[in-house]
Structure formats: C-alpha cells, structure tokens
Ligand binder design. Sequence first.
Ligand code: PDD
Length: 284
Amino acid sequence: MSRVAYVNGQYLPHCSGAVHIEDRGYQFADGVYEVMAVVGGFLLDEGPHLMRLARSLAELQISAPMSNAALRIVMREVIRRNGVHNGIVYVQITRGVAARDHGFPKAAGPVLVVTSRWKRPADPRAVNDGVAVITIPDIRWQRCDIKSVALLPNVLGKQRAKEAGAFEAWQVDREGKVSEGTSTNAWIVTLDDTVVTRQADSAILNGVTRLAVLDIIRREGYGFVERPFSVAEAKSAREAFLTSTVVDLLPVLRIDGTAVGNGEPGPLSRKLRECYLAHAASAK
Ligand code: PDD
C-alpha cells in the first residue's frame, strides 16, 4: 500500500506531498505540531492532544485551519488510506505562505499537513534492558510548553545522545535541574518510592503520556510530586524512566554512564509501563 499525505485540502501520494518554498514553517519554524499514537486503528488520547494543539496555536496566534471535528475526520482518513493499525499520526500547522518578513503576514492562511505511518513495536531489549541517557545543557527557548516545530536544540541533543551510544539526552537547566529529554519527559523514583517529574511549567512540554502516567499513579495510589530534580539526585535515584507517545514508558538504567538503582528496570517502572500499555490498549 503506497503512503498518502493530507496537504492543505488534498490527499496526495506521500512522495509528492509538498509545501511552498515560502511556507513560514520552512523559513521561520513558525508552526506547531502533534504526534498521536494509533493503537489497534484508534487514536490514543485524541482529546488531550487536540487540546494541546489548540493551546499551542493560541499561544502563537496561529488560527486553526479547520474545526476539531473536521481534523478528526482528516486524521481518520489519513490513517485509513495508509492502512495504519499501530503507528502514529503527525499533524503540523504552520502560519502559512507569505513573502519572507518576520512580522505576521496579513493575508496568509494556516497550512495543515497530516501524515501517518506504522510504528515498529518497541524494541524488547529497550523494554527489558532499559535505556541509557546522557545529560546536556538545555539551550532551548523559554516557551518549551508550546509544541513548536522549532526543534533544532532537540535535534542536536538527540544526535549527541546517539553519538554517545545513548537513547536520549536529558536537558539540564541553569540551576542544574533536569527539564526533560529531547523528545520525552523525564522521571525518577526516589529512595522512599516517590515518583518525581518536573512540574508542567514553560520549561517542559506537558506530555500527554506524562498526564496519562500521572493519572495512573494517582489511581494506583503511589506517592508522587511534581518538582525539578538535579542530575545528582537522578543518578542516585532508585529508578528512572522516560515517557512519550512514541516510546510509551522506558526504564532508564544509566545516566552519563552511572547505573541507576541496581542497574535493572525497577518494579515501579515495570508496573507503570504495564498500566500505561493497558490504558493504550483501551484506546477507542
Ligand atoms: N515528542 N518533551 C518533548 C520535548 C517532546 O518533544 C515530547 C514528544 C514529549 C512527550 O510528549 P507526549 O507524551 O505528548 O508525546 C516531551 C514527540 C513524540 C515528537 O516530537 O516526536
């Protein structure tokens, strides 16, 4: 089955889907995006993703290209045309096409692109053996709560992780506290079994997976606190893990080469992963 993309009103072969050379997303990274999981043909946590998308658009004063009801239809059609059962949907909205000038254009309308692809099942080694992270300075802007397509620091950070043989890079703010990964949220479990993740302020993206895992933690009655934690605290934590739509929940076993806990996926990370997968399986 050949891939199909939705590009501003048209369903096109993926290979010929294109936007204008003066699209502001291309020239200024003036746009936002969402990545949603497709589980068993259904979109997981579609409501929270659409809410976050609306928030990102509003923060940047980009108008929505269509209603949520229409966007839901387009996403389903893209999933259907691509025959995706388990995978992701990518939604990108830019401010539109206009002659290059930094200020907002008067006469440009938002440009919407929707794609979907199959996702390989999580590497069982990553799940069973956990992953390694490195730490790097957080060099991003001060509105990381907006899911902007301006991802250059994230790209550079992920590349550094890759070159260091790690899965992810945890970004560290000027106070020495971990903000988040380059495309994942960061978590630790303290020695007294309290789950800690940074509060959702403008230093992090408030992950939809993060919110779902927090709900699970509340429901299961585990202790948790939303606050910043330092690299030293993370290295001496009992457990650590990371979350995102794409990777679900993965145990972190090494931080800058230092083993976390006993160097194996901890019981709480395993339990929370199990509960999250059950939540994902109930997507309808
Ligand atoms: N990234 N933090 C950052 C910086 C992210 O880019 C993401 C998601 C997350 C986790 O958010 P969520 O749980 O809603 O996926 C946290 C997506 C998956 C991406 O850029 O591909």
